[in-house]
Design a protein around this ligand. Structure first.
Ligand code: SAM
Length: 198
């Protein structure tokens, strides 16, 4: 979907996604020393706001200004500040190295995924962390929800191939339990966490 499509999707008063941070973000980043962070494809800002509340200086990047406006509102509602930047993630680059880059369900074609992941590895300070959570390609056939197109899903293998040179601490297909009207269902996510060597 292009930026106009996402603008349209976000043009409801209510949040399209939840205001609560992704569970894997909460589980894996809670103990990280705060510093500077980029939330790439931040959408309505749930992860940006959670990080900002823990002392991170967050730049929320997205090509949907409507999504970013909602992120700023969510930040204000939670009494925190974030910076937003409306940009195409494939063209974006920070002015200075950062301590954390988060990609959370940034749905892009495989070539763009690779480009962005390669770029993101170069934005990290030594010791900085790359955190990737995304719909795994196996979710299309074996999991719940998520996009029906395998093209915009990730795999652990492709993600690792794009971030060569980083030290990998987590690389797995993670199961996420989702409450649905038909009971609890399991969604399958690519989860990769890596750091730039010192
Ligand atoms: C599924 S949403 C996830 C939002 C958020 N990261 C979260 O986890 O709640 C995907 C987001 O990626 C953004 N996006 C998709 N392609 C993009 C691109 N090429 N450049 C910047 N943002 C993009 C969309 O606007 C949308 O906000």
């Amino acid at each position: 979907m292009d930026s106009a499509g996402w603008d349209n999707r976000y043009s409801t008063k209510e949040l399209v996604w939840t205001g609560r941070a992704n569970q894997f973000v909460e589980q894996n980043l809670a103990d990280l020393e705060p510093g500077s962070a980029i939330d790439l494809g931040a959408g309505e800002g749930r992860n940006s706001v959670w990080l900002a509340a823990r002392g991170w200086k967050v730049t929320a990047v997205d090509f949907s200004q409507v999504g970013l406006d909602k992120a700023l509102q969510l930040a204000a509602d939670n009494g925190v500040e974030i910076t937003t930047e409306c940009a195409d993630a494939t063209m974006y680059g920070p002015d200075a190295p950062v301590d954390l880059v988060v990609l959370s369900y940034l749905q892009l074609g495989q070539e763009a995924q690779r480009t962005i992941l390669e770029h993101a590895t170069t934005w990290l300070r030594p010791g900085g962390t790359l955190f990737v959570i995304a719909h795994d390609r196996s979710n299309v056939t074996d999991g719940y929800g998520g996009p029906p197109s395998p093209e915009v899903c990730y795999t652990v293998e492709e993600t690792l191939n794009a971030i060569k040179g980083l030290d990998i601490s987590t690389s797995e297909v993670a199961e996420r339990q989702v409450d649905t009207p038909d009971g609890v269902k399991t969604a399958l996510d690519t989860l990769v966490i890596a750091t730039r060597p010192l």
